[in-house]
Design a protein around this ligand. Sequence first.
Ligand code: IMP
Length: 505
Amino acid sequence: MIILAYYYKEASHTFGEYLLVPGYSSDKCIPDNVSLKTPLVRFKKGEEPAISLNIPMVSAIMQAVSNDTMAIALAKEGGLSFIYGSQSIEKQAEMVAKVKNYKSGFVNSDSNIKPTTTLGEILELKEATGHSTMAVTEDGTDTGKLLGIVTSRDYRITRMPMSMQAKEFMTPFSKLVYADAETTTLSQANDIIWDKKLNMLPLVDRNQCLRYMVFRKDYTDNKENKNELIDSKKRYMVGAGINTRDYAERVPALVEAGADVLCIDSSEGFTEWQRITLNYIHEHFGDRVKVGAGNVVDADGFRFLAEAGADFVKVGIGGGSICITRETKGIGRGQATSIIDVAKARDEYYEETGIYVPICSDGGLVHDYHMTLALAMGADFMMLGRYFSRFDESPTNKVRINGTYYKEYWGEGSNRARNWQRYDLGGQKNKLSFEEGVDSYVPYAGALKDNVDLSLSKIRSTMCNCGALNIKEFQEKAKLTLVSATSIVEGGSHDVILKDAFSHE
Ligand code: IMP
C-alpha cells in the first residue's frame, strides 16, 4: 500500500497577486453612501449580531500594539482593540477597566506633584511628559486632594531658585475655577472653560480629590464622533486576548473589568485546547461572554471552531509582518487562499445551520488595497498589527535613526515578548522553545485617526468602483483576477523617472 500526503491542486496565493475588476457604478455609488458596518460575533439568520463593528478593523493582540490608549483611539473611529494577554491578569484587567471608565474629554492627570516638589523637579517632569499643567495634590497622586495647579505661568525660571517649592508659587485651590466630577457633563465643562477663559478645568469629588481634567485644546476632539464604537452605557467597547492555559482565572477577571469580547490568542487554533477553553467559557458564562478563536487557514479548521462555539474565527498562519513561523516550522498558507477557502466554509455553515460565524483576516495586510481585497474575498473584518504599531497611540518607543522616526514593533513569538502560551501545545510550561517572531522597527506614521481615515477612504472608493455600498454587497459583486508577475510590474509607476530621484539637486 502506498501512502501519500495530501497535495492541494493549486498554489496558495496572497493579496498582492490579485486585482479587483471594476463593475457598474450607479449614481448612488459615492463614498459618502458606503457603510463599513460589519458583524463581529455569530448571529442567527434573521437576527442582528450582538456586537457589530462600525469599521472592519481590529488591532492585534500584541504587546507592541494594543493597550488602553490604542483601544480608546480605535473605538473612537469605530473599530476595536484586543488588549494583549501576554501580561499579568491584573495588568490586563486594569487596561480593560481604563477603557471602560474612560470618559471622552475627561482626562486623568498624568503630571502630578506634591506641595513640596521643587521648581527643578517640576522642570524635569515637564521635560519628561511634555505637559506643562501639573496638579498639586496632597499625596502627589492623580486622585489625591487637590491643593493647587502649577502651569508655566506660575514661575519665572530666571528669577526663582530651583529649590523653591510648589506651595510657594502654585495657584492655590481657593483661586481655582473647578467643577463637580459627579454631575458635570462634558458640554457644561466646555462652557465653563469658554466663559471663564480657562485652559483647563479640574473636576473634583466631594472630598476635593482630583478626578479629571478637561482641556480647552481638546475641544475639537471632544465633539462626538458618529462612528464611535460604544456599548449600551455609552462606554467605549474593548476586547481582550486570552490563552488556553490560565483561562479559568483570566476570563472572570476580564469579564469583571468590563471586556466586551474575548479572543483566544494562538498561532494555531485547530486544537483540542481551544475546544476545552471555549467549553469552559460557555459552561460558566453561557451566551453572556463572546469569544473568538483561531487561527486557522482552511475549511476543516473553521468548522471545528464554529462547532466548538467560537463567536468568530480568526484566519491566518505565517503571514504576519514580524512572523517567521513559515521559515521556522514550514506551516502556513497564502493569506488570500486561506480567506477564500474559509469564507466558503463560513457560507456553507450558514446555509446548513442558519448561523453566521464572522471571519477575521489576521496578518500580512501591508497596503491599504490588501484590506480591500481581504474584504472582497470574504473577510468580515481584519486584524492588523504592523499597521497600528506605527501610530502615536501604540505603546512602543518612538526612536530617531539617521533623521527618520521609527516605532518599535515585535512579535508575540519573539524572545522580547516571550508569549509562550500563544505557541503552547501542551508541552513544557513557561518556555518558548524557539522564536517564531522578530523584533523590528516600522516607519512612524503619526496619528491613528489620520491614517485610518485615509485607508478607509480608499476602501470606500474601490467599493464604489465595484458598485457596492456595503461589505456584503461588495463580496457578492466583487470580480477578482490573479495577475501575472509581469503585470505586477505594470501596476506600479514604470518607464518614467520619478521627480523624487532629483530631489537632492
Ligand atoms: P501584521 O499585521 O502583518 O503585523 O500581523 C499581525 C499578526 O501576526 C498578529 O495579529 C498575529 O496573528 C501574528 N503574530 C504576532 N506575533 C507573532 C509572532 O511572533 N510570530 C508569528 N506571528 C505573530
